[in-house]
Design a protein. Sequence first.
Length: 326
Amino acid sequence: MASGSGRSALKGRGEPHDRPRQDHERPAASPGTSGGAPGAPTGTPAAGSPARSRKVAAWIWALPPVALLALFFLYPLALVVQQSLQPDTGGTSVRPYADVFASEAFREALWTTVWLAVAATLGCLVLGFVLALVIAFVPFPGARAVSKFIDVFLSFPSFLITLALLFIYGSVGMANGLWTDVTGAAEGPFQFLTTPWGVLLAEITYFTPFVIRPLLAAFSQLDTAQLEAASSLGARAPRIIRRIILPEALPALAAGGSLVLVLCLNEFGIVLFTGAKGVTTLPMLVYSKAILESDYPGACVVAVVNVLISVGLYGLYRVVSRRAGA
């Protein structure tokens, strides 16, 4: 009886489920609705929300660099492609492509460009790997200074290295002058700079630091404890290099070699300053057709082919580096 009257008294005063709901006790919005607009999907930013404002601001900041890229790169490239499709006779035609592809000069320039670039890349990979090993793992006085000098060397223009080689191995360079002074001969034996081998030497000399730099960065991350453990177990230097160092260096070799290959394909200054007779690469052919022959459609055709080869090699490099984990 008492309990019954107690419950009646509590009910008369209002039990919790009979009280009017306050604002803070309102039921939570359903997953498919938004608190501000019933039925609106959750996560959709309302008009004027901070998320939408940030998105608009990001687009605004992206417009200037995109406009500059289109103005200074895409527009000139489009003009080159357009000019390559406009023969001197007028109209739009693929005739310039047919004429260039059928010419012997284009085929020889293409072959010379490819084999010089591949040979220079292989030479840079071998020489760069050996030099990087010495700098990173062979203690000698001035190793840090040599590493710093490589960074400075990367800023040198290519023709400067070519001029240095001309001063040493040119027809009237120091090596030939010393030979003629000693032997009394009319000319020295070093006449290779005006041949494809001279161009190859200049490209290997100039582009090797582009391989050394990423290799030194990769070697700095190598755990020296592995090298010490392998050495303590009796492994000799060639085995340590083959089993431990080389696998760690492969991504850096792929990155440096791909960069050197693309740069050698487009190199112009080295070939021009060596004065190599009979060495005509694709960039030299563009120069010859545009400046010497005034064949602008043909020059644009060769330029388009050179760009396509470079872009294709860059795409291949991205695929290989992604699979190698570089």
